[in-house]
Design a binder for this molecule. Structure first.
Ligand SMILES: Cc1ncc(C[n+]2csc(CCOP(=O)(O)OP(=O)(O)O)c2C)c(N)n1
Length: 158
């Protein structure tokens, strides 16, 4: 959330929806479906962590039923990184924050969405372009290495 929203360039009000303050997980996909209902002529992108998406996976079915013109981009780092980073900062053992990387592209296909996997920046660019060019909801499963997050958070939050 921090990385995606800090660098997103807005041109008009409501170009960016974010759960500010509480920053609740599971917000991006339902918010994107709502945004698509409110402005069906716009293409919507939902940026989400894998933990956040896992909390509201069933909404992929809603997006399919609504034929929402949205792209779900899941930054799949196989962990709830923010908590992982806090554990590491306090020298605590890693506990309950990492898992085997889910195949969200396959999950999305199971719900009837089109889906792509991206493991490099070039694959990511190509997948986003294909997803934006397709109609209805789609998903890009981006495999992310979370090792750069602590430095990124220090830079953004001080
Ligand atoms: C509903 C909810 N539960 C718990 C939290 C506390 N929390 C903040 S970030 C985070 C981890 C998010 O994991 P993920 O969505 O995979 O994103 P990542 O940090 O890995 O980029 C948690 C548990 C929250 N913000 N919202």
């Amino acid at each position: 959330m921090f990385s995606a929203t800090a660098f997103w360039e807005c041109e008009a009000p409501r170009d960016l929806l974010i759960s500010n303050g509480l920053a609740t997980m599971g917000f991006a996909l339902p918010a994107a479906i709502g945004a698509a209902l409110a402005a069906p002529e716009r293409k919507i992108i939902a940026f989400t962590g894998d933990g956040g998406l896992a909390m509201c996976l069933g909404e992929l079915m809603t997006a399919k039923q609504q034929a929402s013109p949205l792209v779900v981009v899941v930054f799949n780092d196989a962990s709830i990184s923010l908590i992982d980073i806090k554990q590491q900062a306090r020298d605590l053992p890693s506990e309950g924050v990492r898992w085997a990387r889910p195949d969200f592209a396959r999950v999305a296909e199971g719900f009837g969405l089109r889906a792509w996997r991206a493991r490099t920046e070039d694959e990511y660019r190509a997948a986003i372009a294909s997803a934006l060019a397709s109609s209805g909801p789609s998903l890009v499963d981006v495999h992310v290495d979370p090792s750069g997050y602590p430095a990124q958070i220090r830079a953004l939050r001080g």
